[in-house]
Design a protein around this ligand. Structure first.
Ligand SMILES: Nc1ncnc2c1ncn2[C@@H]1O[C@H](COP(=O)(O)OP(=O)(O)OP(=O)(O)O)[C@@H](O)[C@H]1O
Length: 618
C-alpha cells in the first residue's frame, strides 16, 4: 500500500501574507462582522490600558492624601473598567462565532464540489488522506485563525502602539528602555518564521499521509487480517507516526526558542526600567504614582507582546493550510466538452439527439495513455477500432494488464482519449457534456461499491429522476429479490455503516444501479468477478436480462462471461486484434484459444471449458 502521495511538490518558500490574502473572497461577505469584532477588541484592550492611569490617580491622589473615599471610588472605577473589558470580549466572540462557522462550511462545500468535479486522473495522483485532512484539519485551522489569531495580531499590535504612547507620555526615558528589544525581536521573529513555515508544511503533509495510511488500514482490514499483514502495517504506521512526532517536536523546539526570546528580552528591559524608575523616584524626579502607572502599563503590555510568538506561529500554520486548500481549489476542472471531431451527424451541442440512427458504440483509431504514466512509456492503447452494433453485447477479452478496464473507462470519459474518436449512436462522445454522456452510459465496476445509505438511495444513484416503479423494475432485472427480505426492505441501510451484503448481492445491486436509468449504453467491468458457483448463476441470470435491454461492452475474464456476449473482441498490445463470435475466434485466433485455455497465465478457464466449447453465444 502506498505510504506517500504523488501529488505535486508544493512550493516551499512563499509569503505567508500572500497565502492568507487569498482567503479574502471568503472573508469579504462577513468582513463587517470581522472588522466590527476587531474594533470591539481594540476598545476592550484600550480600556485595560486605562486601568494603570486610574492606579496612578489612586496612588498620587487618595493614597497620598489619606482619603479612603477616593480609594473606594478608584477601586470601583477599576472594577467597572475590568467588567467592561470582559463584556466587550464576550460581544466580540458573539459577533464572529456564527459567520466563521458559515465561512468554514462554505469553504468545505467549495472544496467538496471541486473534488467531485475533478477528473479521476486527479484522484489517482492524490492520496485520499491528503484530501481528507485538507477538508477537515486545514479548514478548521483556517477558521480558528480568522476567529482569533488574525484579529489579535491586529488588536495586539494596536494595543502595543497605544501602550507605548502612554508609556512615553508618562516617562519617555523609561519608555525608550522598553523599546530597545524591538529591533532584535523583529530580526529573530523573521528568522524563526522562515524555519517554522517549513516545519509546519512538513507536519501538515505528514498528517495527510498518516490519514491515508489509517484509512487504508481500516478499509483493507480484511486483507490485512487474511494475509497476516498486521506487523508490516503497524511498522509503517509507527514509522510515519515517529516522523510526524519528530516534526512536531522540531516545531515545539522552534516555538520554545521563540518564546524564550519574546518573553526574555522584554523582561530584561522591564527590569532595567524598574531599577532606573526606582532611582528616579528616590531622587524625586518621578512620582511614585507615575512609576506604578508606568509599570502597570508595561505589565499590561506583556500579554500582547508575548502572544505575538504564538500568533505568528499560528498564522504560519494557517498560511500553510490555505496553501494546501488552494492547491486543490486551484486545480483546473477539464472543460465539459473535449476536443472531439464532429461526425457528419454529430451535434456539437452537448446534447444527444433523440431519433438518431442507432449506430451503437464506435471506436475509431482511439489512443490512450494515463496522464501520470512515466515519461517515455508507450501509449497503452495505440489505435482501437471497434464497432459495437446497437443492441449488441460485445465481450472484451485480453491478457491481464492489456488495458481492458482502461478502454472501458474512456466511454463515460472517466479518462479522456489522447487520440481518435468514440461515437455513441453517431455523436462524438467528446462533444457531449459529461452529464448528458453519463445519462446515456451506465457503468458497473469490478468492485461494486455501495454507499452508507439505504438500498433505495444506492440504486437510484444511477438515475436521480427515477421513481419507485423504475427502482422495482431495476431490482427485478438485476435479480435482486433478496432486497425484499431485508429487515426494512429497500430502506435497509447497506454499505460501510449498514448491513453487510454478500459479494453476489453487492454485484447485483451494482447492476440494478447501472440499469435503473434505462441507459442506452452499458459498460460492465468483469461483473462476475470473484463469485461462487451458485451466486455466479444468479448474477449471470441477472446479466442476461440486463444485457437484453441495451448496447453493452463487457470486460470478461472468464469464459462464462464471454458466453453472455454476441461477439468477442480481443485486445492485445494496444489494439483490437480479432473480433468475432466465440466460436469464430476459437477457430481463427490462436491467441484467443491460448487466452481462453488459460495458457497465457492470465485467465483461468479450466472449470468453464466444457461450457464455452459449446456453440451457443447468447
Ligand atoms: N490510473 C492509472 N495510472 C497509470 N497507469 C495505470 C492506471 N491504471 C492502470 N494503469 C496501468 O495500465 C495498464 C492497464 O491496466 P488495466 O486495468 O486497464 O488492465 P486490464 O486489462 O483491465 O487488467 P486486468 O485484466 O488485470 O483487470 C496496467 O499496466 C496498469 O498498471
Amino acid at each position: 500500500m502506498p505510504e506517500s502521495t504523488n501529488q505535486p511538490e508544493p512550493e516551499r518558500s512563499r509569503s505567508a501574507v500572500r497565502s492568507l490574502l487569498r482567503l479574502w473572497p471568503y472573508v469579504k461577505p462577513i468582513s463587517h462582522r470581522l472588522f466590527g469584532s476587531a474594533g470591539v477588541a481594540v476598545v476592550a484592550s484600550c480600556l485595560a490600558l486605562l486601568i494603570p492611569l486610574v492606579l496612578k490617580w489612586i496612588v498620587d491622589g487618595p493614597v497620598a492624601h489619606r482619603d479612603p473615599s477616593g480609594v473606594w471610588l478608584g477601586g470601583g472605577l477599576v472594577l467597572l473598567l475590568g467588567l467592561l473589558e470582559a463584556g466587550l470580549f464576550g460581544v466580540r466572540r458573539w459577533l464572529v462565532a456564527r459567520p466563521m462557522a458559515g465561512l468554514e462550511a462554505t469553504m468545505r462545500a467549495d472544496l467538496y464540489h471541486r473534488l467531485q468535479r475533478l477528473p479521476v486522473s486527479f484522484h489517482d495522483r492524490w492520496g485520499s488522506g491528503q484530501l481528507l485532512s485538507r477538508a477537515t484539519n486545514d479548514l478548521q485551522i483556517l477558521r480558528m485563525f480568522l476567529t482569533f489569531p488574525m484579529v489579535f495580531l491586529a488588536v495586539n499590535t494596536a494595543t502595543i502602539v497605544a501602550g507605548f504612547g502612554i508609556l512615553f507620555v508618562q516617562q519617555w526615558s523609561l519608555g525608550l528602555i522598553l523599546l530597545v528589544p524591538v529591533v532584535p525581536l523583529v530580526i529573530l521573529c523573521s528568522y524563526f518564521e522562515a524555519r517554522y513555515q517549513v516545519a509546519s508544511r512538513t507536519a501538515q503533509d505528514q498528517v495527510g499521509d498518516l490519514t491515508t495510511l489509517v484509512e487504508e488500514s481500516v478499509l483493507g482490514i480484511r486483507i490485512i487480517k487474511a494475509f497476516g499483514r498486521h506487523r508490516s502495517q503497524a511498522e509503517a504506521f509507527h514509522r510515519q507516526s515517529r516522523e510526524l512526532r519528530g516534526t512536531e517536536l522540531r516545531k515545539a523546539r522552534l516555538l520554545a526558542d521563540l518564546w524564550m526570546v519574546i518573553v526574555g528580552l522584554p523582561d530584561v528591559a522591564l527590569g532595567a526600567a524598574l531599577v532606573l524608575g526606582v532611582v528616579q523616584v528616590a531622587d524625586g524626579g518621578l512620582s511614585a504614582g507615575t512609576l506604578v502607572a508606568f509599570l502597570s502599563t508595561a505589565l499590561a503590555l506583556r500579554w500582547p507582546v508575548e502572544s505575538l510568538g504564538w500568533l505568528l506561529s499560528f498564522s504560519n500554520e494557517a498560511a500553510t493550510a490555505a496553501d494546501r486548500v488552494f492547491e486543490v481549489l486551484d486545480t483546473e476542472v477539464p472543460p465539459e466538452t473535449g476536443k472531439g471531431t464532429s461526425t457528419g451527424t454529430g451535434t456539437g451541442t452537448g446534447t444527444a439527439e433523440e431519433g438518431r440512427p442507432a449506430d451503437g458504440i464506435r471506436f475509431s483509431a482511439v489512443r490512450f495513455r494515463y496522464p501520470d504514466a512515466p515519461e517515455g512509456t508507450p501509449d497503452l492503447l495505440t489505435g482501437i477500432d471497434l464497432h459495437i452494433r446497437s443492441g449488441e453485447t460485445v465481450a472484451l477479452v485480453g491478457a491481464t494488464g492489456s488495458g481492458k478496464t482502461s478502454l472501458t473507462s474512456l466511454i463515460p470519459r472517466l479518462y479522456e482519449p489522447t487520440g481518435g474518436r468514440i461515437t455513441l449512436d453517431g455523436t462524438d462522445a467528446a462533444l457531449l457534456t459529461r452529464s448528458t454522456l453519463r445519462s446515456l452510459v451506465a457503468t458497473a465496476f469490478e468492485e461494486p461499491t455501495l454507499f452508507s445509505a439505504g438500498v433505495r438511495e444506492n440504486v437510484l444513484m444511477g438515475a436521480p429522476g427515477a421513481d419507485e416503479a423504475d427502482l422495482l423494475r431495476a431490482l427485478e432485472i438485476a435479480q435482486c429479490d433478496f432486497v425484499h427480505k431485508l429487515p426494512q426492505g429497500v430502506d435497509t441501510q447497506v454499505g460501510e455503516q449498514g448491513l453487510s451484503l454478500s459479494g453476489g448481492q453487492r454485484q447485483r445491486l451494482a447492476l440494478a444501479r447501472a440499469v435503473v436509468g434505462r441507459p442506452r449504453f452499458l459498460v460492465l467491468d468483469d461483473p462476475l468477478s470473484a463469485l461462487d458457483v451458485h451466486t455466479e448463476a444468479l448474477v449471470e441470470a441477472a446479466l442476461r436480462q440486463v444485457l437484453s435491454t441495451t448496447t453493452a461492452l463487457v470486460v470478461a475474464h472468464r469464459p462464462s462471461t464471454v458466453m453472455l456476449a454476441d461477439r468477442v473482441a480481443l485486445l492485445s498490445e494496444g489494439r483490437i486484434t480479432a473480433v468475432g463470435t466465440h466460436q469464430e475466434l476459437l477457430t481463427s485466433s490462436a491467441a484467443y484459444r491460448r487466452l481462453m485455455s488459460g495458457q497465457d497465465g492470465s485467465t483461468p478457464a479450466a472449470p468453464d471449458r466444457p461450457q464455452f466449447e459449446g456453440s451457443s453465444t447468447r
